[in-house]
Design a protein. Structure first.
Length: 120
């Protein structure tokens, strides 16, 4: 079951676009307690999430002493999903002219990934 998918214009900052995703997500999952996000979502979004949605927005950021590449907890899940999208030609480049067709292509790719896993 899809809970929330939003593709927005590149002119909208990710922190502002996150509200477009989080609001319907919280409505479809009223028991949602925690959301993980990367350091790009710090600031007022954390307070908005707690106030409006009643769940914790936990920022996963790299340790200050980190040097080089280190896999961060929970963040690798999102990065892996984006890597899977790269295997689909239609998602590897921006061919779409509308936001709805971009959303549709993501839904098709994820449906294909899930069907492959069910078949194996």
């Amino acid at each position: 079951m899809l809970h929330s998918l939003v593709v927005h214009e590149g002119s909208i900052q990710d922190r502002d676009g996150a509200k477009l995703v989080l609001w319907p997500l919280a409505k479809s999952l009223p028991g949602l307690l925690k959301i993980w996000a990367d350091a790009g979502y710090t600031g007022q979004l954390v307070a908005w999430d707690t106030d409006k949605l009643g769940c914790v927005l936990e920022i996963v950021s790299k340790p200050k002493e980190q040097q080089g590449f280190v896999v961060l907890p929970k963040r690798w899940i999102v990065e892996r999903t984006f890597a899977w999208f790269g295997n689909y030609r239609i998602l590897s480049k921006e061919y779409d002219y509308s936001l709805k067709s971009s959303e549709g292509n993501i839904l098709l790719a994820m449906s294909h990934l899930m069907l492959k896993r069910l078949a194996s």
